[in-house]
Design a protein around this ligand. Structure first.
Ligand code: 26Q
Length: 810
């Protein structure tokens, strides 16, 4: 697909755009508001995309279905113009019509159908699958409300509903004709005839799953795939007529609202949400609807050739949220297609693969058996039978007298302690289990899934995460991208490894100067946004030090704010102290019910309030909290960053992906040896990253020793670390909304579970060395450029090619 196929030329684009305005609004382009101009343009581009989609693949190509409860897409218009290669043509056309493309793009609502890393990874994978040209489809949930919108009031996070569909989503098409029915509850009935028996399900509640399709445009425009998002609706419209006639409208409508609730909200990623019935319904709805559709398509194309399903279809499960894929695929094959139990299980294993995204055992999903069985009685029978066979099989390999036997079962059985363990379910139904960074995969093998690994080492593999450089470098950072393209051509958009061609430019003073000019412009752009959204005025001559990600104790935003307080205290008490002037920028959401994380947000805002209003230090430091972190404002932040804070306690962050996005944008990482930081460090070399803190094995050893005492940390440095801990409760930071007793307790009563105080000195030292280095502008820029030059490896194109080769066998 070339540019000409989308629009012949600029004139052709203008004519089509004008006509589309007339058709949709009955108004001339000039009479439309920017918002109307956006909707018309988006629908025009979407229609072009859909036209290509229909002819993108042949039936012979293997299909990949990526099952994920989250797809954090971000705004699509600018991205699709880039991927179609028509961004410049459209920008010029719009300009000659007297308008501005950026202004039009700004009208797009950011669809927040994900929490963070896992959801954004799914969206990056869609982009890369389309770029690689494979038939890769997303299968997810169309939430009526996205993740909450975050406001800061009195320093606190306040959540408001994200009514992202209020004005419609121009990229989607509702496909009523492709609706499927999904059953909850009811009874399983056993039938028998001539020695044959089979089961049917009766009664219960039937829900209609209606798909909405979103086109996914691959770079180069040759391939357009689709993301299918499911919405839950009542099966029949004949609601409770008796109630209605009796005037009880609330009761009459209850069924409708109970059903619609299934696709109403996106659950937050905190551990507190385990065991919720509605979540289980969501998981089953999108799994069942997706699988029914896949098998319907397969049967149309290949008939009843179920034995070859795994050769023509891959089903990838993003964490355990779609873990019911295994038993549901069995159920359909056995109950509806007449495949035998053993064969069906082999087909499932061949077809399904699984990615884990966490090392924390307490974060693994579990459901009470009773809840599960009542909601999904037939599915439960398959799980029960597979679990029974798994146990029998284990018994033949390990003797029951073997002391190992019970401990292996305790770790690996699906059903245990009255619960259905979704990670074990996922593993037992998959031919491939992968972690998301080298360290994370090693930790899975050594600890979390150690017993499984011992039994089936061949199923385990690593796939280090990646991010789409087309969105997170090209689109997020136009000024820097232009410079890169002028230097090495635009081949890097297609093949991110071409960024290596920048290495020689590390010796090119004029390139490095150009880089600095571009970075300065990006900092101005961010400063304007920060001022507008938080009121804080940042000096763009200061270092922009950035930590942007979900709030979680293990990510240690607390460590960062402790460092900021340390710098502040030293500035006030020591007139000879002269740190590099720095703007500390934070952004991210905490789950509604995650009290500790919300307190850290309040602490950052309180520290910002104190520091930003203290004239004694304002030529040196400022603190900004950017509200409502989302894909759209993330793009403004990454491009302006100079220091990338990746400071999780080692062994806790599965991979991290903001580390990659920031590295691409020429920020230098200040981080621990955790997740993908380790691979970043190996690629860029020790001179181009700043590493500090305990290593993962040291963290393990310290914890295991039982000899870590937060009070020792406190007492051994009363003047600095001790002073900061005191400030949490002595009123210094209380002006905005009070003291921080719970954070004090987390450190001093709970004994600092994330080793914030243990890594504090090493961190402060690393920061001061890194910012010292910033003074040598040429050396810094060289190092920053080296980070971009080595970032090609972290393109999700590379990640997807590895999934294709090793897991999906394409
Ligand atoms: C589970 C059960 C009930 C309700 C919600 C959840 C839930 C939802 C979302 C649990 C976890 C998540 C999200 C996890 C996540 O984003 N993990 C991150 O994944 C990234 C991509 O692999 C990694 O880079 C990060 O290290 C990891 O934290």
């Amino acid at each position: 697909m070339t540019t000409e196929k989308i629009f012949e030329n600029e004139q052709d684009f203008i004519e089509q755009y004008r006509e589309a305005c007339m058709t949709k609004y009955g108004s001339k382009f000039e009479e439309c508001s920017s918002q109307e101009q956006f909707y018309v343009l988006a629908e025009l581009i979407a229609s072009k995309a859909r036209a290509i989609q229909t002819s993108s693949h042949t039936k012979e190509e293997k299909k990949v279905y990526y099952f994920s409860l989250e797809f954090l897409l971000g705004p699509l218009l600018d991205n699709y113009l880039i991927n179609f290669g028509i961004r410049d043509l459209v920008a010029k056309g719009v300009e000659s019509m007297g308008a501005n493309l950026e202004e039009i793009c700004r009208q797009e609502v950011d669809p927040g159908l994900g929490n963070g890393g896992l959801g954004r990874l799914a969206a990056c994978f869609l982009d890369s699958m389309a770029h690689e040209g494979i038939a890769g489809y997303g299968n997810g949930m169309r939430y009526r409300y996205g993740l909450f919108r975050q406001y800061i009031e009195g320093g606190r996070q306040v959540e408001r509903t994200d009514n992202w569909l209020a004005n419609g989503f121009p990229w989607e098409t509702r496909k009523d004709g492709s609706s499927v029915l999904v059953r909850f509850g009811g009874q399983v009935v056993r039938h028998e005839e001539n020695g044959h028996f089979w089961f049917t399900q009766e009664g219960g509640e039937i829900v209609r799953a209606v798909p909405y399709d979103v086109p996914i445009v691959g770079f180069g425009g040759k391939v357009v795939n689709k993301l299918r998002l499911w919405s839950a609706e009542p099966y029949t419209e004949d609601f409770d007529l008796d109630a209605f006639n009796a005037g009880d409208y609330a009761r009459a409508n209850k069924f409708r609202s109970d059903v619609e609730a299934i696709s109403t909200i996106l659950y937050p990623n905190d551990a507190g949400e385990h065991g919720r019935m509605l979540r289980l319904k969501q998981e089953y709805l999108f799994v069942s609807a997706g699988l029914q559709t896949i098998l319907r398509t397969y049967e149309r194309e290949f008939g009843q050739d179920w034995a070859n399903l795994g050769k023509r279809v891959s089903i990838h499960t993003n964490d355990t949220h779609p873990a019911m894929c295994g038993p549901e695929l069995m159920r359909i094959l056995v109950d509806e297609k007449g495949v035998g139990f053993d064969e069906a299980y082999q087909i499932c294993k061949e077809t399904i693969s699984f990615t884990n995204h966490t090392v924390m055992p307490e974060a693994l999903e579990k459901w009470p058996i009773n809840t599960f069985r009542n909601l999904l009685p037939r599915l439960y029978m398959f799980i029960d039978e597979i679990d029974r066979r798994y146990r029998d099989n284990l018994a033949t390999h390990l003797s029951p007298n073997d002391g190992n036997w019970t401990s292996v079962l305790e770790k690996t059985a699906i059903l245990w302690d009255g619960q259905v363990r979704m990670a074990n379910l996922s593993i037992i139904f998959s031919h491939s289990i992968n972690g998301v960074s080298a360290l994370h995969t090693q930790i899975l093998k050594d600890t979390v899934f150690h017993e499984f690994y011992e039994m089936m080492p061949h199923r385990f593999n690593n796939k280090t995460n990646g991010v789409t450089h087309r969105r997170f470098l090209c689109e997020a950072n136009p000024s820097y991208s232009k410079l890169i393209t002028e230097a090495i051509g635009d081949g890097w958009l297609d093949d991110a490894m071409e960024l290596e061609k920048l290495v020689p430019f590390e010796q090119d003073a004029s390139f490095l100067e150009g880089m600095e000019v571009a970075k300065k412009a990006d900092k101005e752009r961010l400063a304007a946004y920060v001022k507008q959204t938080s009121g804080v005025v940042l000096d763009t001559n200061t270092v922009f030090d950035v930590q942007v990600k979900r709030f979680h104790a293990y990510k240690r935003q607390l460590l960062n704010v402790f460092k900021v307080l340390d710098i502040y205290n030293r500035l006030i008490t020591d007139s000879s102290y002269n740190p590099r002037p720095t703007s500390f920028i934070f952004s991210g959401k905490a789950a509604q019910s995650y009290t500790f994380a919300k307190e850290v947000i309040r602490l950052i805002n309180s520290v910002a309030d104190v520091i930003n209003n203290d004239e004694r230090v304002n030529d040196k430091i400022k603190v900004a909290f950017v509200p409502n972190f989302a894909v759209s404002n993330a793009q403004l932040i990454y491009s302006a960053a100079e220091i990338s804070e990746q400071i999780s306690v080692a062994g806790a962050e599965a991979s991290g992906t903001s580390n990659m996005k920031l590295m691409m944008n020429a920020a230098i990482t200040l981080g621990t040896l955790d997740g993908a930081n380790i691979e970043i460090s190996e690629l860029v070399g020790p001179d181009n990253i700043k590493i500090f803190g305990l290593h993962a094995d040291e963290v393990d050893a310290l914890r295991a020793s039982g000899r870590y005492y937060a009070w020792d940390m406190y007492n051994s440095d009363r003047d600095h670390l001790g002073r900061i801990v005191d400030m949490l409760t002595d009123g210094t930071l209380a002006r905005l909304s009070g003291n921080f007793d719970s954070i004090h307790d987390y450190l001093m009563v709970d004994n600092d579970p994330d080793l914030v105080m243990r890594d504090f000195h090493s961190y402060v030292q690393a920061w001061s060395e890194l910012t010292e280095f910033y003074g040598d502008r040429a050396a810094w820029n060289k190092s920053a450029l080296h980070n971009t030059a080595k970032a090609g490896y972290f393109s999700s194109d590379r990640t997807i090619r590895e999934y294709m080769a090793d897991i999906w066998h394409i």
